[in-house]
Design a protein around this ligand. Structure first.
Ligand code: ATP
Length: 356
């Protein structure tokens, strides 16, 4: 691989906004990715992920703000001059072209010469395990092989930055998991910067170096997967990540500190409880005979390695979930106490922001 300048693969967005008439798809997005980063844009449907990707690719012009690519202002550059490769959700291979022709289609369109095309095709096919399939038509390939051809089309461009918009949404669960690992390994081997759009939090957590969680056209949190999980910045981030997600319980003032609403007697935090929310990850609690949060089992779901309990807290004003290792036959109506972790997640109930 040839030596690359230090700015090669750098990405930066500065105050980017995009509206479509009255609809504001992006409000004020600022973010940066260092070369070689696997960045995932994560968020619910309609939060602006695809629009952000299209702005990066140059397929949409931002209404405000700037886009920097490889260290240079690229805000006004057309897509073909950005040095960016892209894989879309519908990877639509040309059915009448062979695998080889599909892979080099873009190179041909950009006027890359024959010798160079052949050299890149053979490198890419070798690396992606497609060398034996080059003469086939797409219809003669499995779903996974077709997906790999779509990836090869992007890889063959040998661009320092690659964008992918939900590339695995057409695949079944098993193949998805396989392709996740394959795409991650490929990105690392090539050392390229990846911007990958998904609404699947498990996909984001398993693939990313950096997760940009979006909501309503804004960046909600920009962090590593580990940090996003351990220290969600808002209740939105807390409830978007994890299966099942973090439980959020309303706190009220008690005799000795903040108590969970409906469960008096157990002070959980020495804070002003008026307007605070307690967050608990389901795996952070455990049944105890000692001091704990009184709960009543609503349902127990055995998943093999663990049992997931849905519980009503105290008098039932609040509901939470608990993940307990192993098999537990706990009929609905069973009363338990759950030991709380030493470090709690606390949020401002009005703004949703994490309390320090
Ligand atoms: P999904 O996961 O469903 O694809 P997304 O997070 O990618 O969603 P976008 O497709 O970026 O979201 O859309 C963000 C918002 O902008 C939505 O409200 C959408 O309706 C709106 N929008 C996107 N493109 C256009 C367009 N060309 N014209 C008008 N509104 C648009």
């Amino acid at each position: 691989m040839p030596e690359r300048p230090a700015t090669q693969g750098q990405l930066r967005l500065d105050g980017v906004a995009k509206s479509f008439g009255a609809a504001q798809a992006l409000r004020d997005v600022t973010l940066a990715a260092a070369p070689g980063t696997f960045l995932v844009l994560l968020g619910p449907s309609g939060c602006g992920k695809s629009t952000l990707l299209r702005v990066l690719a140059g397929l949409e012009a931002p209404t405000a703000g700037q886009v920097f690519i490889n260290g240079r202002d690229a805000t006004g550059l057309p897509p073909a001059s950005r040095g960016i490769a892209m894989v879309f959700q519908s990877y639509a291979l040309f059915p009448h072209l062979s695998v080889a022709e599909n892979i080099i289609f873009g190179l041909r369109a950009r006027g890359v010469g024959r010798a160079e095309r052949d050299a890149r095709l053979s490198r890419t096919a070798q690396m992606m395990g497609l060398a034996g399939l080059l003469d086939r038509r797409p219809a003669q390939l499995s779903g996974g092989q077709q997906q790999r051809v779509a990836l090869a089309r992007a890889v063959v461009a040998e661009a320092p930055i690659c964008l992918m918009d939900e590339p695995l949404s057409n695949l079944d669960a098993k193949l998805r998991a396989e392709m996740r690992r394959e795409i991650r390994a490929l990105q690392q081997r090539l050392g390229i910067t990846m911007v990958y759009v998904t609404h699947d939090q498990a996909e984001a957590m398993s693939m990313a170096d950096q997760v940009v969680l979006m909501r309503d056209g804004c960046v909600e949190q920009d962090a590593t997967p580990a940090e996003l999980y351990a220290r969600p910045a808002t209740t939105f981030a807390a409830s978007f990540i994890g299966t099942p997600p973090m439980s959020l319980l309303r706190l009220v003032p008690g005799a000795h500190g903040a108590e969970v609403a409906g469960a008096p007697g157990l002070a959980v935090a020495r804070i002003d409880a008026a307007g605070a929310t307690l967050g608990i990850r389901p795996e952070e609690v455990a049944p105890t005979d000692g001091a704990g949060l009184p709960v009543r089992v609503l349902a127990a779901e055995f998943l093999g390695a663990e049992t997931v309990l849905a519980c009503a807290v105290g008098d039932g004003a609040e509901v939470m979930q608990a993940r307990i290792p192993g098999h537990h036959a706990l009929p609905a109506g069973t009363h338990l106490r759950l030991r709380l972790p030493p470090a709690l997640h606390l949020f401002d109930a009005h703004t949703g922001r994490r309390l320090p």
